[in-house]
Design a binder for this molecule. Structure first.
Ligand SMILES: Cc1cc2nc3c(=O)[nH]c(=O)nc-3n(C[C@H](O)[C@H](O)[C@H](O)COP(=O)(O)O)c2cc1C
Length: 178
């Protein structure tokens, strides 16, 4: 499937729908180029500091977190519904224990602008470079959210990734609508 450049605002509602349904696939790279993928269910795209930005939340317990300390770049990949099982696997198994690209038969294609690869089998791809990060501040967060989201106290680190490239399958709209 050939990929075409799109605007980062294109297919926004389809992307959010897929994040809510199954989750999106975030890919990081180690310094020596080994990719790791994890599922994300929380994040958004918008404008910050006049830049297009993909905001993601990663708990410190994730292997992905230590990867981002090594290479501060990532890609976000929008999977089709057919990849639901793979998305669940990537959201329950850690890259510390398994090579999830291998497990799922994913094809890692070199990013155009960042070290982290994209997942060829996904519909849409955002390449991002971290321009800011901060930790969730418990004292500044509503109590009900703390109780619901952080029973173990593992507060996320929030990464703000400047979107450097966005591209998608030619028939992305059709796939994201279904
Ligand atoms: C649907 C779904 C959404 C998830 N969203 C997030 C998320 O936004 N942030 C996060 O830190 N973990 C999230 N997780 C959990 C991680 O994907 C999971 O712990 C994963 O195994 C971490 O992989 P890693 O250790 O290779 O980084 C989610 C899991 C699922 C199934």
């Amino acid at each position: 499937m050939s990929k075409v450049t799109v605007d980062y605002t294109d297919y926004f509602s389809g992307m959010i729908k897929r994040m809510r349904e199954d989750g999106l696939l975030m890919v990081t790279s180690s310094a020596d180029g080994k990719p790791n993928v994890m599922t994300i269910g929380w994040g958004t795209v918008g404008i910050l500091w006049s830049l297009p930005v993909f905001v993601v939340l990663v708990r410190p317990t994730r292997y992905t977190y230590s990867r981002l300390e090594e290479v501060d770049e990532f890609t976000v990949n929008v999977p089709s519904k057919e990849l639901a099982k793979a998305v669940l696997h990537c959201g329950t198994v850690s890259g510390r224990d398994n090579d999830k690209f291998k497990d799922m038969g994913f094809t890692a294609v070199q990013g155009k602008m960042v070290k982290a690869p994209i997942i060829e089998e996904c519909i849409m791809h955002y390449e991002c470079r971290v321009v800011h990060e901060n930790d969730v501040i418990p004292e500044a967060l509503e109590k009900t959210i703390i109780n619901d989201a952080y029973p173990q106290g593992d507060f996320h680190r929030i990464y703000y990734g400047q979107i450097l490239a966005t591209y998608a399958d030619e028939n992305a709209l059709q796939k994201l609508k279904s």
